[in-house]
Design a protein around this ligand. Sequence first.
Ligand SMILES: NC(=O)c1ccc[n+]([C@@H]2O[C@H](COP(=O)([O-])OP(=O)(O)OC[C@H]3O[C@@H](n4cnc5c(N)ncnc54)[C@H](OP(=O)(O)O)[C@@H]3O)[C@@H](O)[C@H]2O)c1
Length: 250
Amino acid sequence: MGKLTNKTAFISGGTSGIGLATAQEFIHEGARVIITGRYEETLNQAVALLGPNAHGIVCDNSAMSDIHQLAERIKAITPTLDIVFANAGYGKFAPVDIVSEALFDELFTVLVKGTFFTVQQLLPLVREGGSVILNTSVVTAYGSQNASIYSAAKAAVQSFSKTLAAELTARRIRVNAVSPGYTETDGFTKTGMTVEQIAGVKEYITPLLPFRRFAMPAEIANAVLFLASDDASYLHGSEIVVDGGYSVIR
Ligand SMILES: NC(=O)c1ccc[n+]([C@@H]2O[C@H](COP(=O)([O-])OP(=O)(O)OC[C@H]3O[C@@H](n4cnc5c(N)ncnc54)[C@H](OP(=O)(O)O)[C@@H]3O)[C@@H](O)[C@H]2O)c1
């Protein structure tokens, strides 16, 4: 029997990277999984890869009109959810003097507003004893150049994991966060950086990491699985940092 047998999980942003690896892990442990992404084509590809226990819903995390339809569209698949992993998002990076209002609004919309209202809209479906997991980032733990807006947005998400835990205790819904360090995903190609810039960033960062490598998405997914499962029955309002020690070892 898997750790998530008979459970139904929702994962925002499940078409690639951490979300897709988590969907694979959840299904491997017996869950049925609903994933989202912005584009029908990549969503269909991910659902085909995941197999018959996966469902896909096109939903843009930065569009309130999509988020408002989400619960109804999920109800066409399942009446209730056991697990919600609010993961969808990406980073964009710029020095403070270059940050535009558009960049500020874009990141706060997709990461803060999108995450909050996705969880809010799905809460009526979440069963008592359920688990909500938010994807923050290790950049909340220290000051990182060019990351003022991304870090602040993820810090807001980190804050939600505590306040939502307080509010959902009465419904016995556990709320926790996973805080990934540098992880090998498509995320970097969505930052607006060129292939050369991405290679340069990786070359600069890798020697600074204790294990001299980025995390694999499955290594983050393992922590999300733990938080989703009954193994984490006494974790509430917590955050698991999966950064290979980067934020604490110098
Ligand atoms: N990679 C890292 O080093 C790292 C570190 C810390 C935290 N994180 C966080 O981890 C989460 C997942 O990122 P990842 O690294 O796994 O990158 P990824 O491979 O690019 O995955 C991002 C996922 O989010 C979806 N997504 C992006 N914008 C969306 C939107 N507006 N609406 C709906 N879905 C959206 C993407 O789907 P489509 O593109 O198909 O729409 C994709 O499924 C993000 O919140 C990121 O900030 C990543």
